[in-house]
Design a protein around this ligand. Structure first.
Ligand SMILES: Cc1ncc(COP(=O)(O)O)c(C=O)c1O
Length: 420
């Protein structure tokens, strides 16, 4: 039954995506094959439980699907099934993170996480998130001088507060994270090290950012950012050596505890269609082309930071080692919100963002977060990124009207079309 109204909304959104320059660091364009998998008949099936331990009949194919996704995910990140477990059922990043808390911590225990305003995620213990309501955040940030992590300060905070879990991996931090230092800090206080590599997974899979697996106890990631998959999330857990007791005082490995936290702790039936999309994503991310893609994302982000900096914009921490950068628009007396609104008039889509130690409120912060995963998926390289920097500069400094710049953006988007 064709729904003309819905059909027209999908058509309009397809056109919007193809005609805008998407610089939102957490977004990407999945392949048509991922979209097909997510829209497949796997959407029709209930599969509560885990492979070969289901509560419903008819899951022989679903079992194979989930096992395929798990084995591909472990292989992609160079992990063995003896050492690591992978749960592919979380509906998205926030529930995946909540499952980690539920599995490893008792209510009220301390979690050391980066403050939202410094680049952390809500689920790293912010007071409005369930993670901050049920557990106690020990907040940390970046150094005022360098706008980067200060590991000595982190060690001091950890020793003073003795958190049960430390979270590394962020939403708006452009630089390399020293996972080894985090391990040392976690070991010094006997805390779990939980890495949330949601923003970084595609770069890690493509060997363009250091892998956290040697050091972390648990690693979560969304699958829809740099990894270029469906909206979903997964949880890797180290299998060996760690044991935890549930309320009935039964002994579990933390991997078993996390599986129990995902189902039945937080969720019911897994979204098999998303798991199909994840399996396809892992297939694509294991190709040599994906490595080239991941490297190009970082080259493009560096090119954008350099070009904007040459045009006189202050880049937080002086640059980037990843897919994203933070521009201090207030350094030119332009609020982040106004900047984002003006850029959208020229079909350049970004998001306003706080910068470290922001004197401005979150709803009108001092900066913009820019990311290059989407335009790199379109095939853009440093040359085009240089043009994008000029367009941003022209719109924000009003040397050209947004309508004039929009024409150039449309031409660039046409030259680098989407696959749908
Ligand atoms: C670091 C990090 N963790 C978790 C999430 C949450 O993911 P979701 O929006 O899928 O719940 C995000 C989303 O932006 C994120 O940046």
């Amino acid at each position: 039954m064709k729904d003309d109204l819905l059909h027209s909304l999908i058509q309009r959104e397809t056109i919007r995506q193809s005609e805008t320059m998407d610089l939102i660091a957490s977004e990407n364009y999945t392949s048509p094959e991922v979209l097909q998998a997510v829209g497949s008949v796997f959407s029709n099936k209930y599969a509560e439980g885990y492979p070969r331990k289901r509560y419903y009949q008819g899951n022989a194919v679903a079992d194979e699907l989930e096992e395929l996704a798990i084995s591909r995910g472990l292989t992609l990140f160079g992990l063995s099934s003896e050492e690591w477990s992978l749960n592919v059922q979380p509906y998205s990043g926030s529930p995946a993170n909540l499952a980690v808390y539920l599995a490893l911590l008792a209510p009220g225990e301390k979690v050391m996480g980066m403050q939202l305003s410094m680049g952390g995620h809500l689920t790293h213990g912010h007071k409005v998130s369930a993670t901050g309501i049920i557990w106690n955040q020990v907040p940390y940030g970046v150094s005022k001088d360098t706008e980067m992590l200060d590991y000595n300060e982190l060690m001091e905070t950890a020793k003073r507060e003795m958190p049960k879990m430390i979270i590394a991996g962020y939403t708006a931090y452009p630089r390399v994270i020293d996972w080894k230092k985090f391990r040392e800090i976690a070991d010094a206080v006997g805390a779990y090290l939980f890495v949330d590599m949601s923003h970084l997974a595609g770069l890690v899979a493509g060997d363009s950012y250091p892998s956290p697996f040697q050091y972390a106890d648990v690693v979560t990631t969304t699958t829809h950012k740099t990894l270029r998959g469906p909206r979903s999330a997964i949880i890797f857990t180290r299998k060996q050596g760690l044991k935890i007791k549930d309320q009935g005082k039964k002994l579990f490995t933390i991997a078993e505890a996390i599986d129990k936290a995902v189902f039945p702790g937080l969720q019911g039936g897994p979204h098999l269609n998303q798991i199909a999309g994840i399996a396809q994503t892992f297939f694509e991310a294991s190709t040599p082309e994906f490595k080239i893609y991941a490297a190009q994302i970082v080259k493009n982000a560096r090119a954008l930071a350099e070009a904007l900096s040459e045009l006189g914009w202050r880049i937080v921490s002086g640059g980037t080692d990843s897919h994203l950068l933070l521009v201090d628009t207030m350094s030119k007396n332009i609020g982040g919100k106004d900047a984002a609104i003006e850029l959208e008039k020229a079909n350049i889509v970004t998001n306003m963002n706080t910068i470290p130690f922001d004197p401005q409120p979150p709803m009108n912060p001092s900066g913009l977060r820019l990311g290059t995963p989407s335009c790199t998926t379109r095939g853009m390289k440093e040359k085009e990124i240089g043009l994008v920097a000029e367009y941003i500069n022209a719109v924000l400094l009003k040397t050209r009207t947004p309508e004039e710049v929009q024409k150039d953006v449309l031409a660039l988007c046409k030259k680098f079309p989407l696959l749908y």
